[in-house]
Design a binder for this molecule. Structure first.
Ligand SMILES: [Zn+2]
Ligand SMILES: [Zn+2]
Length: 210
């Protein structure tokens, strides 16, 4: 007799959409959600310790906010392989290719292309300036404006909330909370896996939770 599988799901910690728990135990439904929650915690931390007063921190927040509202940084597509990174650093002799300062960031000059010739070694300052110049102001008359505004207002409410409105917003406790939540979800996946007929694939657990 075949035992019927109970459908298991859990809410995304950020947007609360249901995520099916089948093969992977995850806390967020998407990279965008993980990034949003990380952004909320980051700004809450900066507010709590007073760093928010510093102009360079405010600049960094503005950049991250723009990236998040623009749909998130395509971190997977843009992950630069180590060998490519080394080739870029070597070409630039470790110097920022704009100002000659200490090079620290790899800048993508052409979309997500990871070709050495499409990458540039920059210092943090030049990279921030470059990114800031790339921020496009959304026209209030455009159809996406109300959607973006609503998304931003909801993030802002979470940033301003005295008591974090969800566990993933808690800049102090999240590092302790997320392993617990993840273990509980892994347990569900494991239980379902043992009910499922063996396929020989085993289970893989996502490592990217924060
Ligand atoms: Zn989500
Ligand atoms: Zn520079």
């Amino acid at each position: 007799m075949v035992r019927k599988l109970s459908p298991a799901s859990a809410p995304c910690c950020n947007c609360r959409a249901r995520i099916p728990l089948t093969i992977y135990a995850v806390l967020f439904c998407s990279d965008t959600c993980r990034e949003e929650a990380k952004f909320v915690r980051y700004v809450r931390r900066c507010k709590a310790d007073g760093r928010i007063q510093k102009p360079d921190v405010l600049g960094a927040i503005e950049i991250r906010r723009a990236i998040i509202l623009g749909g998130g940084y395509p971190s997977r597509e843009r992950a630069v392989p180590e060998s490519v990174r080394k080739a870029v650093v070597l070409r630039a002799a470790g110097r920022c290719e704009r100002c000659g300062g200490r090079g620290s960031d790899i800048h993508h000059r052409r979309g997500n292309s990871n070709l050495v010739r499409d990458l540039e070694l920059l210092c943090r300052k030049c990279h921030n300036r470059e990114t800031q110049e790339g921020i496009v102001e959304v026209d209030p008359a455009s159809p996406e404006y109300p959607i973006l505004l609503k998304r931003w207002q909801s993030l802002e409410r979470r940033i301003e909330a005295k008591i974090p409105t969800r566990p993933c917003d808690d800049q102090k406790k999240w590092l302790l909370t997320y392993p617990r939540m993840l273990r509980a979800r892994q347990e569900i996946v494991r239980r379902l896996g043992s009910q499922r007929p063996k396929t020989g694939h085993g289970l893989t657990l996502s490592q990217n939770h924060q």
